[in-house]
Ligand binder design. Structure first.
Ligand code: FE2
Ligand code: FE2
Length: 396
């Protein structure tokens, strides 16, 4: 049945947020205001267009991988069955959120909740900002499964496809689902955060999607996921370390067990890219250079809570200041992947491939130098209120 998409409240005289092939479909209200065409009156009234990302996303390139390359992924079915799916854990051997939470069916539930809340009091607000941001990132999982299913040659064609790529994506999603679930319940019980604001942010974020610029190409897509799994491994590892420093060993365990999953997923995704480098080195290293030139965007970069237009930047600043996820980590991940994939040692590349190899191999030190210079120039950032912690101000 058709949804009532054209009701007056959602309608805009010239630019329907739901219209097809509308050049301004994903553009932000800021863009509309700046437009020389002038914004239609309704757009001026509505600060945010409903159900669109909070800001402009890039020009959207689709299906950049030549269709004949789909054969490569078909030819890798046996490899994926034997070498990729082994990195999944059988459900019966997986931890579940309930293992790390007070069990509501147990006698001691109330007592355990009380203890959790006592421990939570020892942790500063700024830590919660980062933990909430990480949790929201995990909670936008529908977007990541969608993203994987945009990739040509590996998508789940039916929703229950028996291709090993589809099996991987569904089981990966099912494993990841425990992450947001566990963090969400833990934070809920802590009583330290504004759950309604957090829930709104999750709804906004899933509605906005993400813009990883992977162009339906599994080359780009699996480079992106390799990077991201390592980024989340680092970030959850750091929130675990901080929780331990604040004396909350249970929370440290929660973040640590999630980090361990991310590490396993990183192993799997980096293995796919390693395989692509073996079969098709030039185009794979070109894909790596392409992703790095475009910069790896964080999955929750379109985050919005209905209030703060700079929410993602503010959250990232706090994560940077606390050392949970930093610009240095970005360069370190790149350097790690370049080493993991032996990029420097690749031979027999096309001339374009050689250029991409040089670019990628020299990039991490360059990013570090630029970062150091930027850090030297950076002024103190001041503070920002976060709705997730009832509008309290946190140093950026
Ligand atoms: Fe995760
Ligand atoms: Fe992950």
């Amino acid at each position: 049945m058709a949804l009532k998409l054209n009701q007056p409240s959602f309608q805009c005289p010239k630019i329907s947020p739901f219209g097809r092939n509308q050049p301004t479909l994903f553009r932000s209200p800021t863009f509309l205001k700046a437009s020389t065409l002038g914004a239609p009156p309704l757009e001026v009234e509505n600060k945010k267009k409903p159900f669109t990302p909070p800001r402009e996303v890039h020009v959207q390139v689709t299906h950049s991988m030549p269709p004949e390359k789909i054969e490569i992924f078909k030819s890798l079915h046996t490899w994926a069955e034997q070498d990729l799916l082994v990195h999944l854990k059988p459900v019966e051997k997986c931890w579940q959120p309930n293992d790390f939470l007070p069990d509501p069916a147990s006698e001691g539930f109330m007592e355990q909740v009380k203890e959790l809340r006592e421990r939570s009091k020892e942790i500063p607000d700024e830590y919660y900002v980062v933990l909430v941001g990480d949790m929201i990132t995990e909670e936008a999982l529908p977007t990541y499964q969608t993203m994987l299913n945009t990739l040509d040659g590996v998508r789940d064609e039916t929703g229950a496809s028996l291709s090993p790529w589809a099996i991987w994506t569904r089981a990966w999603t099912a494993e990841e689902n425990r992450h947001g679930d566990l963090l969400n319940k833990y934070l809920y019980l802590s009583g330290r955060v504004d759950m309604r604001q957090i829930e709104k942010t999750i709804q906004y974020l899933i509605g906005s999607g993400m813009d990883p610029r992977t162009e339906n190409s599994p080359y780009l897509g699996f480079i992106y996921t390799s990077f991201q799994e390592r980024a989340t491994f680092i970030s959850h590892g750091n929130t675990a370390r901080h929780a331990k420093e604040y004396g909350d060993l249970k929370l440290a365990q929660v973040c640590g067990i999630i980090a361990a999953d991310e590490k396993r997923h990183e192993t799997a995704y980096t293995k796919i890219v390693e395989k692509l480098l073996e079969i098709d080195p030039s185009d794979t290293v070109l894909a790596l250079a392409d992703m790095m030139r475009k910069k790896i965007s964080m999955p929750a970069h379109l985050m919005y809570d209905g209030q703060d237009d700079n929410l993602f930047e503010n959250f990232s600043s706090v994560a940077q200041r606390l050392g949970v996820y930093t610009a240095k980590d970005y360069a370190d991940i790149l350097e790690f992947l370049v080493g993991r994939w032996n990029i420097e040692k690749l031979t027999g590349l096309s001339s374009e491939g050689n250029k991409a190899q040089d670019y990628v191999c020299g990039l991490a030190p360059r990013i570090r130098r630029l970062e150091e210079r930027a850090a030297g120039r950076a002024k103190k950032k001041g503070t920002a209120p976060f709705s997730w912690i009832f509008g309290k101000e946190v140093q950026l």
